[in-house]
Design a protein around this ligand. Structure first.
Ligand code: SF4
Length: 452
């Protein structure tokens, strides 16, 4: 496919920022900025030249699997893409052989079952009818291979409640995310936000360099969606102008309406710019998922209990990012409107070196069943197979021993494909008929055996 085109917002940033040098602190070395396109896992325009045309499929071609339409850039990716240009499991499920694959819904796995030798036997699960009623029937499903694919928090929770994979004492530990610092400003002219996917470009210069020794590295995502994340635009702007928003300057109910409202929205929303700083968070054993029998869900299963904080290294990264954010808005000629206020709706607020910051989670949880080279220090091997259990896999971002600065989805997808090859091999091996026959005749003395 062709690359997803740059947004107009990206072009505005590139025109002002490409080649400009900024300092993350007074006296720090200058870093040169450049707007770079971001890899995407969404369908774009098919490219006839790819694979000598064999992979080319016009949209809607008959007799071919439907991989979804191409991205039309209508800015509603979160939570769902209406034309299915992004991946959705429904596409995979549509390709299943229904005679061989059965999907159980209204069922929650409560425990992984294993024998005394560490071999996984299957799972225990609870099947319920009514999501509002805590009534369930406990059943078991037997398996040759068990694959936990419930993401970082739930995979760890299931291993912990099942008391499995615990030799290294690393299950649930090293919980990481991409703590995000937001910066937002008001440009002096329209920049055309709310068109295209959430982000199509970023600034990558702060991912590397010697400053990493002192502070967390970060990448900078250029948002195509104005102040959508930091302030809830455009809904919050409408509410404010109508005089019904929490931060409305208008007397309640005395807002502007009709043509004046449309003009005000166009004038203000059309100038919104924002950037997101995604920090690399290091693996720390104290950041972890545990279970506590005092905290249970409606079906009686222990809930995950999360212990999570930022290291000073990450906070130093945010301090540098805040300075870079101000420099970016200065170069754009935008008014910096960033404000980090403490309060009950701001759980990520903290003070560091005399300044206030608010961080957000990115939802990129990882690290809770880390991959490694030895059973003593990690939970899964290079195939995402639990060291302690030869037929139990824990797949997903939980296997990542570090997060880097980028979204983990594409790496996670690559790991999943790699694991699926290994799982397929395991299953083929376990179902291979055993050949039983008389022992082969001994080879004559001095004759070399051939290889079969
Ligand atoms: S912008 Fe997002 S929601 Fe819209 S078509 Fe593209 S991928 Fe789908």
């Amino acid at each position: 496919m062709h690359e997803i085109p740059r947004s107009y917002v990206d072009d505005v940033f590139a025109a002002r920022l490409d080649g400009a040098a900024v300092r993350e602190a007074p006296g720090a070395p200058a870093t040169t900025l450049r707007v770079v396109g971001t890899p995407h896992a969404r369908n774009s325009t098919p490219d006839r030249r790819y694979d000598a045309g064999r992979g080319y499929r016009p949209v809607g071609a008959a007799g071919l699997p439907n991989y979804g339409e191409r991205c039309v850039g209508n800015a509603s990716c979160v939570p769902i893409c209406p034309v299915q240009a992004k991946y959705t499991p429904l596409k995979t499920q549509a390709a299943w052989d229904r005679r061989r694959v059965r999907l159980l819904t209204h069922a929650v796995v409560s425990r992984v079952l294993a024998d005394g030798n560490g071999r996984a036997l299957g799972v225990e699960y609870q099947e319920y009818e009514d999501p509002a009623a805590p009534v369930a029937t406990t059943r078991t499903a037997e398996a040759d291979v068990v694959v936990l694919a419930a993401h970082a928090v739930e995979n760890a929770r299931l291993l912990l409640v099942s008391r499995l994979a615990g030799h290294s004492d690393q299950v649930g530990r090293n919980l990481m995310d991409h703590p995000v610092l937001l910066g937002w400003g008001l440009a002096g002219h329209p920049v055309g936000p709310f068109r295209g996917p959430a982000s199509t470009s970023g600034l990558e210069s702060f991912r590397t360099g010697p400053a990493r020794r002192e502070r967390a590295p970060f990448r900078i995502e250029i948002s195509n969606w104005g102040w959508g994340w930091p302030t809830g635009s455009p809904g919050s702007d409408v509410a404010r102008l109508l005089g019904i928003g929490a931060d409305s300057a208008q007397p309640r109910g005395k807002g502007v309406f009709g043509a004046r409202l449309r003009a005000a929205l166009g004038e203000q929303i059309g100038r919104q710019v924002s950037v997101q700083f995604l920090m690399e968070q290091e693996a720390e054993e104290r950041n972890r998922v545990t279970v506590d029998p005092r905290h249970r869900d409606r079906l009686g299963n222990p809930r995950p209990v999360i212990t999570y904080d930022l290291s000073d290294r990450v906070k130093r990264g945010m301090a540098a990012a805040r300075t870079v954010s101000g420099e970016i808005f200065r170069l754009l000629g935008a008014e910096d409107r960033t404000a980090y206020a403490p309060g009950p709706l701001s759980p990520g607020h903290f003070r560091f070196e005399g300044r206030g910051f608010t961080f957000n989670g990115a939802g990129h949880g990882g690290g809770t069943h880390i991959m490694g080279a030895s059973r003593g220090t990690s939970v899964v091997d290079a195939w995402q197979r639990c060291w302690d259990h030869p037929n139990l896999y824990a797949v997903g971002c939980g296997s990542m021993p570090s997060m880097g600065t980028s979204n983990p989805s594409l790496t996670m997808a690559a790991l999943a494909l790699r694991s699926s090859e290994r799982i397929h091999r395991d299953l083929t091996e376990s179902h291979r008929p055993a050949a039983v026959g008389p022992p082969a005749a001994a080879a004559p003395h001095g004759r070399k055996e051939g290889r079969a």
